[in-house]
Design a protein around this ligand. Structure first.
Ligand SMILES: NC(=O)c1ccc[n+]([C@@H]2O[C@H](COP(=O)([O-])OP(=O)(O)OC[C@H]3O[C@@H](n4cnc5c(N)ncnc54)[C@H](OP(=O)(O)O)[C@@H]3O)[C@@H](O)[C@H]2O)c1
Length: 288
């Protein structure tokens, strides 16, 4: 497993100096494949060194946090980097702290490593920053950030008092959707804010092509003994972006986390570049 050194990012976190380049999401706890996802997360952590686990109060109205809390109960909490998200409608005085405490209870933990504003909507950004900073001071969270923030949203955030303490922006980025390479990723890099990609395998987006119909890519992957999903996770990490993905299948997990040697990556990259080229101009952030 590759790791990102996060000690130099905007707001150094309390515990880890590094986090796994691939992390796992939890939305399937909502749609019902609990046993499969539970097993995959535990295997990913104990056998593959995954440390980043992502959830949100919105997922299943708290159900995914509850299920993740059960899963991590048998794991070494200190080695994990738990990411959780608050809804913009809960960015209100008193409500924010109450919702955070409810999430902590469901997760059965006394701190969240990274707490994100799920999307901007009409949340009061200064109030959000103030609440995040207060929660960090009180030790309830180690770091805070945002999600689904495009360039202009980031600029507004950076203009807030303490806005530069933002640690992360979680966005949609995958080999299928590279618009952020043009402007948002360079801005985040310049501001030392960690980009984290959700849906790194492109799932959930109707427009994403069926990779299994890309015969040259599939042939090259088969020859190299990897699945395209393993390439996709490495592609995201190679662009300096922490990659979240999800599977409830142990076989898929083992395939997805199989190491892709640099030589194999370099050989297959031109095929992906041809099929899914980098953007030539700015494009609005695609959001789920
Ligand atoms: N911040 C936000 O707004 C936001 C939005 C969306 C998601 N997220 C987070 O990001 C996490 C990951 O995103 P995601 O779940 O949307 O999508 P994803 O990781 O792009 O795709 C997950 C899908 O890929 C399939 N898959 C995985 N490996 C495979 C393989 N080797 N072969 C074939 N299929 C494979 C899985 O099915 P199987 O289970 O059958 O393998 C699953 O249906 C979420 O769980 C959530 O925590 C955040």
């Amino acid at each position: 497993m590759k790791y990102f050194d996060v000690s130099g990012f905007a707001a150094p976190v309390r515990h880890p100096k590094k986090i796994s380049a691939a992390g796992m999401g939890t939305t399937s706890f909502w749609s019902g494949s609990n046993a499969g996802l539970d097993r995959c997360i535990r295997t990913a952590v104990t056998e593959y060194g995954v440390t980043v686990l992502d959830t949100a109060e919105m997922y299943g109205g708290g159900r995914c946090e509850t299920e993740l809390g059960k899963t991590v109960g048998s794991l070494d909490r200190e080695s994990l980097f738990i990411v959780d998200k608050i809804l913009p409608s809960n960015v209100q005085k008193k409500v924010f702290r109450r919702r955070l405490e409810e999430s902590l209870k469901r997760l059965k933990t006394d701190y969240i490593d990274l707490y994100l504003l799920h999307w901007r909507e009409n949340a009061d950004l200064q109030l959000m920053v103030d609440e995040m900073e207060a929660a960090r001071t009180d030790g309830l969270i180690s770091a805070w950030g945002v999600s689904n923030f495009d360039v202009n949203d980031m600029k507004d955030l950076l203009d807030c008092e303490n806005g530069r303490n933002c640690f992360c922006n979680q966005i949609y980025y995958s080999v299928y959707e590279r618009g952020t390479e043009f402007d948002l990723l360079p801005l985040l890099k310049q501001e030392h804010i960690l980009p984290m990609a959700y849906s790194s395998l492109g799932s959930g987006f109707a427009a994403h092509p069926d990779i299994r119909r890309e015969h040259r890519i599939m042939d090259a992957c088969r020859e190299a003994g990897i699945v395209p999903e393993a390439f996709m996770l490495k592609f995201v990490a190679e662009h300096g972006v922490q990659a979240l993905f999800q599977t409830s299948s142990l076989q898929h997990l083992r395939d997805d986390l199989k190491e892709v040697p640099d030589r194999v990556y370099a050989e297959i990259l031109p095929l992906f570049e041809e099929a899914f080229p980098a953007p030539q101009k700015a494009k609005p952030l695609v959001k789920m």
